[in-house]
Structures are given as C-alpha cells and as structure tokens.
Ligand binder design. Structure first.
Ligand code: CMP
Length: 149
C-alpha cells in the first residue's frame, strides 16, 4: 500500500537520548511546523537483535557495537512522515549527522549531544525510506493524509 508513496514519505526515529531528555514533543512540534504529516507513530524499544537488523548496513563499521548498545538502551519513538520531497526536506530539517556541523536551528543542533547520541534519524534515500517504514509499521498502522476525509 505505501509503495506508491515513493518519494513522499520518510522514516524518523527519535533516539533514546532525546526520549530520555523529554525532547519528544518539542521535536514533533518542529516537524509539524515544517509541514510534515505524521502518518504513523509509536513508542517502542529495540531489542539488540532488531537493532542489528535495522543497522545491518553498518555491521562492518567500528562504531557498530556501540550504536547497537545505544539504540537498544531505552525507548525510541518511530514516526512515518509524509510530505512532497520528504526524505530530502527532512534531512535538511534535522541537520548533519554530527551535531558539531549541524546548522543553527536544525533538530540536531538544538537537541543532539554527540555523533552517536544525535537525537534523531532520517532515512537517507527514498528506497530505504520505504524499507525502514515497513520495518516499524504494518500497512494497517499507516494513515496517509490523502486518505483523510
Ligand atoms: P543515523 O544516520 O541516524 O544512523 C546511523 C548512525 O550511526 C548515525 O545516525 C550516527 O548516530 C551513528 N554514527 C555514524 N557515524 C558514526 C561514527 N563515526 N561514530 C559513531 N557513531 C556514528
């Protein structure tokens, strides 16, 4: 069902550091003010096994074990966001992966504390966006704006 939303959705994760610091609502407010529709949202926890599956593309990186430990250390909030050019516009809104380089006013500039504890995730391309959305949500849990009355 969401396959035809290629280019119009992205997957975001509010990471354990930001959830723990009570940044969920301020971050969601910024996202909505930037024109994104929340099509799906859940607070959940990643097991080490699920985190390894989600971050499989990084499995040979030096930071992999630490990333898995961090992402399974506490609750996360996963969100599907709908907007024209969702992937690109969302990556502009969140800023550079390393918050040191994130532009002023971006989510990572405001809420991240390090390269690992960088507050939020955004899909890096449209193909991965679809894949990542279906990692966290079933079709029945996704409520696209175009389907609203
Ligand atoms: P994100 O792009 O959301 O998903 C992969 C994560 O790996 C990335 O955010 C960073 O939090 C983390 N990451 C990327 N590069 C490094 C690195 N060199 N050292 C530690 N963590 C990293």
């Amino acid at each position: 069902m969401i396959d035809r939303m290629f280019g119009k959705i992205t997957l975001s994760i509010i990471k354990p550091d930001a959830v723990q610091k009570e940044y969920v609502i301020p971050i969601l407010c910024k996202i909505i003010h930037a024109g994104f529709h929340i099509a799906a949202l859940k607070m959940t926890e990643l097991s080490k096994k699920s985190a390894k599956k989600f971050y499989a593309e990084h499995k040979n990186k030096l930071f992999f074990e630490s990333l898995i430990r961090f992402m399974s250390s506490g609750p996360i909030v996963s969100v599907i966001l709908e907007k024209e050019n969702a992937v690109k516009d969302f990556r502009i809104l969140i800023g550079e992966t390393n918050p040191v380089y994130a532009k002023k006013g971006t989510i990572r500039n405001l809420y991240a504390s390090s390269l690992e504890k960088n507050a939020i995730h955004g899909s890096d391309n449209n193909q991965n966006a679809l894949k990542e959305c279906l990692f966290y949500f079933s079709n029945r849990e996704i409520f696209l704006k175009e389907n609203f009355c």
